[in-house]
Design a protein around this ligand. Structure first.
Ligand code: CDP
Length: 203
């Protein structure tokens, strides 16, 4: 059985947490596609060329411990503007989406570019303040010096770069279910996605 769930949205909207929970509920595989761009960004920060890094990405790159920092996130959104970088990562994502047993992919362009035929598409959003606050709580555990204002500025800068780029910009697919998590708990958001998948599968 092939079944693809595409979950897109701006930075720190809760896509990762929702995707993991939905994948666990149905026993589907989950791919955090942001990690691919973060891994390319991390290699650029250590002096590599972005396109060469994207073409030669390895599992070890995806397992680097520092991929979740704000610095890597910013660099990820810079390399994500480069069409050749996006192209180099496309096939891996499509193959993942088509695997047997179902797949959930989260990112920015899953429902629009990577898997335009996904059976279920979701666009998760929340106000920039709510998203920055959530990301701040995650990051402060590793870096007690970090400031909420810095995290908010990072989120706003990345959203702008992701939305304004020419190739695969951040935009909701026309047929996506829109979920605003500003005033919604993550379990409530998960329940909405689970219901949409159940309906698409005729359960
Ligand atoms: O976790 P968060 O939402 O903050 O970011 P992420 O999903 O890890 O993505 C990091 C960056 O990678 C984003 O700001 C995008 O620039 C880029 N990205 C992308 O262009 N396309 C994707 N499918 C996923 C991420």
């Amino acid at each position: 059985m092939q079944f693809t769930v595409a979950i897109d949205g701006p930075a720190a909207a809760g896509k990762g947490t929702i995707s993991k929970a939905v994948a666990a509920h149905f026993g589907f595989a989950h791919l955090d596609t942001g990690l691919l761009y973060r891994a390319v960004g991390a290699r650029v920060l250590t002096g590599d060329d972005a396109i060469a890094a994207a073409r030669g990405l390895t599992t070890a790159d995806l397992e680097r411990p520092s991929l979740r920092t704000g610095e890597v996130a910013q660099e990820a959104s810079k390399v994500a503007v480069i069409p050749e970088v996006r192209h180099a990562l496309l096939e891996f994502q499509r193959e993942f989406a088509e695997r047997e047993g179902g797949a959930v992919l989260d990112g920015r362009d899953i429902g629009t570019v990577i898997c335009p035929d996904a059976q279920v598409k979701v666009f998760v959003t929340a106000s920039a303040e709510v998203r920055a606050d959530r990301r701040y709580k995650e990051l402060v555990a590793q870096d007690p010096e970090i400031k909420l204002a810095e995290v908010l500025a990072d989120v706003i800068a990345r959203d702008k770069r992701d939305s304004e780029r020419a190739t695969a910009p951040l935009v909701a697919a026309k047929d996506a279910l829109l979920i605003d998590t500003s005033d919604l708990s993550i379990p409530e958001a998960v329940a909405q996605v689970v219901a949409a998948i159940d309906e698409a599968r005729g359960a």
